[in-house]
Design a protein around this ligand. Sequence first.
Ligand code: G3P
Ligand code: MG
Length: 378
Amino acid sequence: AVTNGAEPAINPAFADIAFAFDIDGVLYKGQEGIPGAREMLQKIRQQGLRYVFLTNGGGAHENAKAASLAKRLGIENPEYVLKDRVILSHTPMRGWDDDIKKNGTVLITASQPETARQLARQYGFQRAVTPADLIAANPHIYPFAHLRDSLHKETSPLPDGKSAAAITDPYSRSIPPDALKVDQILVWNDPRDWALDIQVIHDLLVSHRGYLGTLSSHNGDASLADAGWQQDGQPALWISNLDLVWRTEHPVNRFGTGAFLEALKGVWAGVTGGAAPLRYRALGKPSRHTYEYAHERLLRGDGGRKPLRRVYMVGDNPESDIRGANEFAPRDGASWESILVRTGVFQPTETEPEPRYKPTVVVDDVVDAVVWALRNEG
Ligand code: G3P
Ligand code: MG
């Protein structure tokens, strides 16, 4: 068997097909690898098939995710099987080329805030602050200190708040001179201190132009559309994935980043009296942007750019994996087929026997998914 970095011979029958594997609920559940997944990956690598791992997980480096995948599946040659193939929910942000990265300030919330901040800096966000930084700088923001010595322990001083924008802003008289201006809020995965994070996200969404500690005079103005909420230059809110649930070893699905979003929406509805829906943008599956990114990565393959005819998305979550693949129509005319496995989020019940988004096929697990796809190719 090929176990080192040597390039495998490509089986010509599979030269223009590829796989996108979801991770949680497809390759492992919590710490438990799905039986047969390791051997399957070794095999398709040896066949020269193109593949990526397309996960809605996030909050850490792509290489860290590859390392946890290697550990949980017992893959001994991850450099060969996994390297440069992991696409996390926020990975497409690596390619963002915008002014905010260079000149703006972003608030990052994630499961491991300090890890996320370091990664954001590596992605090019020059000024990334975390909720922990905010309460370290001003404890009055959040009067409950129980996580200060653990989750919120690592902090950095806030960047200078007296930005050029503050000086030229026509309303600058009302802005405290040291107020921090946040230009974008990035929720990278499910936060661990929902209460603090909902508080600071709310504070920025009701602020005057993103200056922390201010209030927009438009909030609740009935003469404006949506009663004026989020219409005063507040930071854009990005949610890196919308998964309400995901799958671990536990028999019942667990809440994900989408559940945090639902909580935030609920608080927002309370604050606005239901007058304005929460405005946000999303990345991750099922968003087209994420599938475009994955398609482009697959086209580049392991070396030169090669055309694709068909991509098989193997996933466990109908609302992200299956929906995204079904709705995605790449510009090059290739097709994405969706294969739903029974090892994860999708659990047929008497009241809901069918998945909400219908896949091309439903199979037992990832091994059967690959067997089905290769047979489908004749
Ligand atoms: O937190 C991870 C979860 O939302 C989904 O991961 O690999 O099933 O897309 P995955
Ligand atoms: Mg999954």
